[in-house]
Design a protein around this ligand. Structure first.
Ligand code: ADP
Ligand code: MG
Length: 257
């Protein structure tokens, strides 16, 4: 009787263990599927952005620039001062249109990211006028080589969000962006000396404010990590690390050295 009781106990325990293992396996598979899905979505989005950016660069900007040149040529032939003033206004409007298209290009996918690499793209992004007060921006790049395209795009997106946040929310006077090759990967740090993101902001992220979550998600998707820390009077630091040598849609484990 006693032995039977013990055996039943053991059988129950084994059954429970097997059930738990199965549940864990299903959970692991679900997480893996979700990760792959998000990675594909991210890839598709980058591709779409690249295509639209290329169209804007090769088509829209060229056409508007050509119109601007013609407006300037026309202005030179006008003698009536009133008409000349109007032509000058037309020239200003067209120049503004080109500037806005260029800005859009940088938000979408700067051609420099594919052509000249991450550092050049970030330099250009920082140099773009952004419509707010001037902010001293330092870019310090110490990379052993150019990160592969997927890592490059993710690092650019994270830096872009961190820079935009510093410009939009921090009221900072100085911004530092550092890229460093380290521990089989790339480390990115964006530091501002502004009012500091509050831990409350980080804990209770409001609906519709997805920037910080997206930075963390992107880094983790690539097998890395991203941390955002801030305090009043100290500023905000966004730090992330991405492993190199992974392929987004297959596996995200860091490559062995
Ligand atoms: N560099 C920063 N300095 C100060 N506050 C920040 C900074 N970055 C983010 N925050 C705060 O955290 C909130 C969430 O940021 P985020 O998730 O990027 O959403 P969003 O930029 O759309 O508001 C911001 O609304 C802001 O209050
Ligand atoms: Mg944001």
């Amino acid at each position: 009787m006693f032995w039977r009781g013990v055996m039943l106990d053991i059988t129950d325990q084994k059954r429970a263990e097997a059930k738990l293992r199965r549940s864990l396996e299903i959970l692991r598979q679900t997480m893996e599927q979700r990760r792959e899905l998000v990675a594909r979505l991210e890839e598709a989005q980058e591709e779409e952005r690249r295509r639209i950016a290329a169209d804007i660069h090769d088509d829209s900007i060229q056409v508007v620039s050509a119109a601007d040149l013609r407006a300037q040529a026309l202005a030179r032939r006008l003698e009536d001062p009133e008409l000349r003033a109007e032509a000058a206004e037309l020239h200003d409007t067209l120049r503004e249109a080109v500037e806005r298209l260029r800005h859009l290009l940088f938000e979408l996918r700067p051609p420099a990211l594919d052509r000249e690499g991450l550092a050049a793209a970030l330099r250009q992004y920082l140099d773009q006028p952004w419509g707010g007060p001037a902010l001293e921006a330092v870019l310090d790049v110490r990379l052993d080589g150019e990160p592969p395209p997927e890592a490059r795009a993710i690092l650019y997106r994270i830096a872009q969000e961190a820079i935009t946040n510093a410009r939009k929310h921090a009221e900072a006077s100085r911004l530092e962006v550092r890229l460093l090759s380290s521990e089989d990967g790339v480390r990115l740090r964006v530091v501002d000396d502004g009012k500091g993101v509050e831990s409350l902001d980080l804990a209770n992220r409001e609906p519709g404010h997805l920037g910080i979550s997206a930075m963390i998600e992107r880094a983790e998707l690539a097998g890395g990590w991203c941390r955002v820390e801030g305090a009043p009077g100290v500023g905000t630091t966004v730090e992330c690390w991405l492993p190199l040598g992974w392929a987004v849609s297959t596996h995200a484990e860091p490559r062995d050295a």
